[in-house]
Design a protein around this ligand. Structure first.
Ligand code: BV8
Ligand code: ZN
Length: 264
């Protein structure tokens, strides 16, 4: 929080002190962002020059207004991203969290995974996700009546440029357009997910923030809840983020390397 002087330890690897601290925790909360999927080949939103937001600004596509104004353009962007996610695989960072989560459960502890990501790579690595704060790109619902829509997986090639825009399908009930089951800018986060995430961070003995720039709210404020009980905050990010200054430890490296070292 602003004003409190915290001695952030910036580390290039897991020290014995950090390993011991993590091993002594029986409740761990992990908040993940786009950076944890970067090593799988899913572009992050802002950091890498191929980031989706560089090509398509978030204002242009990830908003209800954009879908209202250009449904085919927005719909196709999501189906194309879904194709890319289907074509890539979880990386050692996802695998380490899944292994660690099973180990914790086996020892009577808990490791809660809270993600800002709309992909399913945590699940495909074998982990349980407590909260998808921004929804899932694999879910679809009617934009008007909210009726869930089951759709066949897209068959675009996520490694080539987005194809010609296609119209979204229409709702079997009311005929309105079907939309992606994600949270757009200006939309509320799913309350039960946000509350479960807040409770998990509040009760954690250690909080790990992996692969997020800490820019998007209210997700980026979740780690601050760890300050209530003084639970140590560990950031895993190759570069400084907007929330590095509230961390106790900053592991400056890729999640695919640092999470297996932390989970060991
Ligand atoms: C809400 C789903 C309001 C869609 C997403 C000013 C104007 C307008 C709005 C606002 C404003 N100020 C604040 C807001 C609110 C807005 C917001 O926060 N805007 C930001 C841009 C400032 N928030 C909202 O609108 C939220 N809703 O506030 O509701 C309200 C209130 C009351 C009543 C009604 C309404 C909704 C936000 C959710 C938006 N949807 N996703 C989609 O996917 O298309 S967010 C989207 O961006 C992603 O899901 C992701 O969560 C986020 C990007 O953040 P990160 O995950 O951190 O990814 P990023 O690329 O930023 O960073 C990657 C990081 O990884 C980097 O730090 C990089 O260094 C690191 N990294 C790279 N490689 C690695 C790595 N780390 C580890 N290992 C590596 N290998
Ligand atoms: Zn409908």
């Amino acid at each position: 929080a602003p004003g409190t002087l915290r001695n952030v330890q910036v580390l290039s690897g897991v020290t014995d002190e950090l390993a011991a601290l993590v091993r002594s925790a029986s409740r761990v909360a992990v908040l993940s962002g786009a950076g944890i999927s970067a090593e799988s080949g899913v572009p992050t939103f802002r950091e890498s020059q191929t980031g989706l937001w560089e090509e398509f600004s978030a204002e242009d596509l990830a908003t209800p207004e954009a879908f209202q104004h250009a449904p085919a353009l927005v719909w196709t962007w999501y189906r194309w991203r879904q194709s890319l996610i289907q074509q890539v695989a979880p990386n050692p960072g996802h695998a380490a969290l899944a292994r660690w989560q099973r180990g914790m459960a086996g020892a009577g502890g808990v490791l809660s995974i809270i993600t800002q990501n709309v992909d399913d790579l945590h699940e495909r690595a074998g982990a349980e996700v407590l909260a998808h704060l921004h929804g899932s790109i694999f879910e679809h619902r009617c934009a008007e009546c909210g009726k869930p829509a089951e759709l066949p997986p897209p068959d675009y090639d996520g490694f080539t440029a987005p194809p010609e825009p296609e119209q979204p399908p229409t709702c079997a009930c009311c005929g309105a357009f079907v939309r992606p089951g994600v949270v757009w800018f200006g939309e509320m986060l799913p309350m039960e997910a946000f509350e479960a995430a807040s409770a998990a961070v509040r009760s954690a003995d250690v909080v790990i923030v992996a692969g997020t720039s800490g820019i998007v709210q209210p997700a980026a404020s979740l780690p601050l809840l760890a300050l209530e009980r003084g639970a140590p905050l560990i950031e895993v990010n190759p570069v400084e983020s907007d929330i590095s200054e509230v961390m106790d430890f900053c592991l400056r490296g890729p999640a695919g390397e640092m999470l297996p070292a932390l989970a060991a």
